[in-house]
Design a protein around this ligand. Sequence first.
Ligand code: MSP
Length: 659
Amino acid sequence: MSFYVTTPIYYVNDLPHVGHIYTTIVADTIARYRRLRGEDTYFITGTDEHGQNIEKAAAKRGVRPIELADEVVERYHQHWSRLGITHDDFIRTTEERHETGVHEIIRRIAEKGDFYVGRHEGYYCSSCETFYTEKELLEGDRCPVHETPCEKGAEENVFFRLSKYQDRLLELYEARPEFVRPESRLNEVKQFVAQGLRDLSVSRTTVDWGIPFPGHEGHTVYVWLDALTNYISVLGFGGEETELYHRHWAGDDATAVHVIGKDILRHHAIFWPAFLMAADLPLPKTVWAHGWWLRDDKKISKSAGGVVRPDYLIDRFGGDPLRFYLLRDMVFGQDASFSDEGFIERYNSDLANDVGNTTSRLVTLCRTAFDGHLPPAKGDGGGLDEVAAEKIEVYHRHMESYAFHDAIRAVFELLAETSQYLVTHEPWKKLKDAKKDDAARDEVSGVLWNCLESLRIVTCALLPFLPQRAPQVLAAIGAEVPENYENALTWGHQPTGAPLPEVQPLFPRIDKDAWIAEAKEQEMSDETNSPKEATKDDAKEPEKKVEPPADERIDIEQFFETVLTVGDVKAAEKVPKSNKLLQLTVDVGEADPRTVVAGIAKEYDAEDLVGKQVIVVTNLKPARLMGIESNGMVLAASEDGKPVLLHPEREVPAGTRVR
Ligand code: MSP
């Protein structure tokens, strides 16, 4: 059987954030699991590069759309490699092979007579690139997805006869309910279609940055007809090399699963099958719509604000802990809240404590009992073998239905049973006897081997979730990384007798308070240190100086709202438990000096700052950092993210205003 899994292709007017990362991790986990099951798996992701939004974003940056796209694509590649994403191909909609596929699907639909030219009127949301009717809008003119104002517009477009496919779509949902998952989303789609479908405008005359619409000069292809076709253009559809297309899309045993977020459900569950039906092409098996990662109850996104780019978590802990958190803490299909606290709690309890401590404990016990070696003989299973068989069956069931959190839970139940078994058998009480007495030696060997074997199975089952760390755990217990699941998840394969080196800490515990303070500070310095225009998106290309568009410049009164004052540093000390924070006592010309906490400890020694002058933002609301109330912020230039403090050019009295 062929198993084909896809992510949405991401817009290039945004850098990857937690939402994009999540969908891609999910698809990667599915692909890794399927490969381990020995299935002929193909996994793709890519970028959606055409349309008005990209055009606008590029214009704002003063670059051509393709330059913006190239730059963002590079960032996607970097992210995917750091997160261990194993896509087989990466499609860009600006590639020729994609345009070939789009032209072919259009040719087929046109041949059917399912296009006509008509006049279009509606309310356009440029974030979704979708027209809405008045009825669909929220509070007058707001987009139902982004809640931002839509623009009223009218245009002469090519239309697709979507309405003609209403009955066939309803039949599809009845006959193949697995076409849309989870079930709640299927019901939503059915209801929507049953209310009646309007024909869809599939060309634009107002957007230049797109694929030319064949036969309609001056029209470009509507981004969604363009973008959805990526799922087959990447396989060579319409081109000369169609082997992959036949193997993974059109073959009798081809199973295609599109993993998407619920925001783009209608496009995938209605438009896409209708386009395919019109073109007489096979349909995918399932469109799987997951929920949203939220922050403060709002979808995390660029247009809706509250962007979370968890790069700092990846920098600090590697990709696997983030993968694990995202997969374990979201019930696949529902919304979940993203938080640093949640991340750390999950990391400390499941990875540091359950996996990390169990591994080091077992290795230490074995090394003590058997002079730095694995147990000499296998155990009898001790009941753990049965628990393992049962939990692994549950694990497979959940993996097949994409209930990742439940699959992980089943595996951790086995791990908990293993710890319990260890505690019950107390092998540490017999370590000395094991050195001189055969019976004790056999007993300790059996108990420890049973635990190691159970841990080996747990770790193999975690391979799709922790692709970088699980192999390290296996190495630590002297087990091999399996190529597939043929034998890896069944009892009896843990080696015996081999040398067992001392274990290095695999998942060092995170000090939650220290980390939260550091993360807050990071967030604060992101928000306050960078001018509004110079977001991280812009920071990546310092050589291009882009003038902010006139309407986004601030006037002088707005600038003066920020009170900047010269201060004398009277005292400075490191904040305990933080390697980034210094606590400064600064005289800013008021009755009492202020306490200001600054994230500069890596670059400045406390004692060197005493007696120096700094520039302080003195009308900031107080913020608590590591339990200390900070009343102000010292200004620093940010050179490659490292602070360089600003001082007046010559000494002036403390309290002098900077303007
Ligand atoms: N380009 C279109 C998709 C075309 S597919 C033929 C698009 N791109 S996007 O860059 O906006 O990415 C959308 C996808 O990112 C969502 O469908 C979802 O998979 C993921 N997420 C973006 N924000 C998200 C959250 N806050 N939470 C979870 N995933 C979300 O739409």
